[in-house]
Design a protein around this ligand. Structure first.
Ligand SMILES: [Fe+2]
Length: 230
């Protein structure tokens, strides 16, 4: 295939595919991900950790029975604090994407306790609008018993929903990375569209990794129906 010659490049820049009247470069199909440190999390985290551990004493399969264990249904200081943080973040997210009318939702949450070797396969959260995780406890770096240099314990990775967009990326274009990876810390709240695929890397240490995940499930109203382009 011949290379792009200077003359070709100049011509394409001049016409821009738009003819007379200028060029538009549109930012189509963006993916929003909220990364927020909640303020003053020490005390609420202590209460939430106690809460989750009490729940696990009642049900040893707490993490996998995620449909039946909603720690935010309870009226206690930590749960009330986190519920308020999630609701506020949901409002910020909706505003950021241009939703300027009333929307109602429910929070469905569950606790995750990952012990050594535990991980969550790549997945999304069907039948939900938004998903998120709040972190209570994450093992420190260097606490793994043994690990290969390229493993990334305790991270969460999100994948570009447009599969393969990195295939021909060149230096400085925005599509080089097919994934986005975060090493969470206590107090961090992440929120993303429920359709986004993500993977929770294994915990390789003796310490537990504890978080509360949640879905934002819309209470349906016909006022949500979009007006689409003809
Ligand atoms: Fe998930």
């Amino acid at each position: 295939m011949p290379g792009l010659r200077r003359q070709d490049a100049d011509q394409s820049a001049l016409t821009g595919g738009m003819g007379e009247g200028g060029t538009e470069i549109l930012d189509l199909w963006p993916t929003k991900l909220v990364r927020r440190m909640l303020l003053d999390f020490d005390e609420p985290n202590r209460d939430l950790l106690k809460h989750v551990r009490e729940m696990e004493k009642e049900n040893r399969a707490l993490t996998t029975d995620y449909r039946d264990n909603n720690p935010l249904e309870h009226d206690r200081p930590g749960a009330n604090w986190l519920r308020a943080g999630i609701n506020g973040t949901t409002i910020d997210y909706l505003r950021a994407i241009g939703i300027d009318y009333p929307v109602n939702w429910q929070i469905h949450s569950w606790a995750n306790i990952n012990r050594q070797g535990d991980y969550h396969d790549s997945h999304n959260h069907p039948h939900c609008y938004l998903s998120g995780t709040y972190y209570l406890k994450v093992p420190g770096e260097g606490t793994a018993k043994r690990q290969r240099s390229d493993v990334r314990p305790n991270r969460i990775t999100f994948y570009d929903p447009r599969g393969g967009f990195n295939m021909n990326s060149i230096k400085n274009d925005p599509y080089v990375e097919p994934e986005f990876t975060v090493l969470p810390e206590p107090g961090l709240l992440l929120m993303w569209p429920a359709s986004l695929m993500h993977f929770v890397h294994p915990n390789l240490s003796d310490e537990t990794r504890i978080s509360i995940s949640f879905n934002i499930v819309l209470k349906w109203s016909d006022t949500y129906l979009p007006t689409q382009q003809a």
